[in-house]
Design a protein around this ligand. Structure first.
Ligand SMILES: C[S@@+](CC[C@H](N)C(=O)[O-])C[C@H]1O[C@@H](n2cnc3c(N)ncnc32)[C@H](O)[C@@H]1O
Length: 266
């Protein structure tokens, strides 16, 4: 399959995750938004105990006094634990960037520059860095080729991606079937990202690992989140919790992640 065909299939597979209009029209809240607090918890845990292949692959490529660019930085889970001398964080969410800046100060990181905007549109006003990290973003990116090309163009040494093996909403599929009679897709997967990166000429390698933390701390937190994702009234959370237990969705197993990385010019 050519790169163009792979890229087109990636886009089509992502589009197949769209929520049908008739369900979306009934949503009491935006089903796609990310909560700052949940990502802040993830960042705080990794700041307290940096670990995992994403951290290791970025750390080993970072020179003393080196710089990091974090794209789709959220609250900084992939970059702040590296404690770089200079960090540039790009995100389309101001609230995420503000939470990152606060943590950067507390963690004693060097200079932190915030770039509010969407990648790769924001690439032209973003400086290059020794290491570029991008964690848990690509399943949100229909045009993967220009996105990855701009990451590569901004790295002096290495690009490090982290993503789940499957679409991050996959855990909800049995609940979509129960509450809406809707079958959810099982593509794309992390293998598609690896294939596209290699087809683009990057010597990409990968390592699979378990997520360091649980997605939710309690069944109440899970069912509240599931109601929003499923476009259901929040009052139905107890019903969703019962269904999740019946269907074996809860307790959620630890997710499987993959770290994909490549060095510039290899
Ligand atoms: C799932 S969160 C992951 C945050 C962080 N990287 C982490 O690993 O915890 C995805 C983040 O990427 C941001 N984002 C998604 N697509 C983006 C894009 N094309 N450009 C910039 N930010 C993006 C979202 O606003 C959100 O903060």
């Amino acid at each position: 399959m050519s790169l163009d065909e792979r890229a087109a299939r990636w886009r089509a597979d992502l589009e197949s995750w769209a929520i049908p209009d008739e369900i979306l029209a009934t949503a009491p809240a935006n089903p796609w938004t990310h909560h700052v607090a949940r990502f802040a918890r993830r960042t705080d845990a990794l700041l307290a105990a940096p670990q995992g292949p994403t951290y290791e692959r970025a750390r080993e490529a970072l020179p003393d006094g080196g710089s990091v660019l974090d794209v789709g930085a959220g609250t900084g889970a992939a970059s702040l634990p590296l404690r770089p001398t200079a960090l540039v964080a790009v995100d389309e969410s101001r609230a995420m960037l503000d939470a990152l800046a606060e943590r950067g100060r507390e963690a004693g990181c060097g200079t932190v520059r915030l770039v509010e905007g969407r990648w790769p549109d924001a690439a032209g006003r973003t400086p290059v860095a020794d290491v570029v990290v991008c964690a848990h973003v690509v399943f949100n990116v229909p045009d993967l080729v220009p996105f990855l090309a701009a990451l590569d163009a901004h790295a002096r040494r290495r690009v490090v991606l982290e993503l789940p093996l499957v679409h991050p909403m996959t855990w909800l599929s049995p609940l979509w079937a129960r509450f809406h009679g809707l079958a959810r897709p099982d593509r794309p997967t992390s293998d598609d990202v690896l294939s596209i990166a290699r087809e683009m000429g990057f010597a990409a390698e990968q390592e699979e690992h378990a997520a360091p933390d649980a997605l939710f701390e309690s069944i109440e937190e899970m069912s509240a989140g599931a109601c929003r994702r499923l476009c259901l009234d929040p009052a139905r959370a107890p019903e969703v919790a019962r269904a999740a237990e019946e269907l074996g969705v809860w307790p959620l197993p630890l997710r499987r992640f993959v770290t994909i990385w490549w060095d510039r010019g290899k």
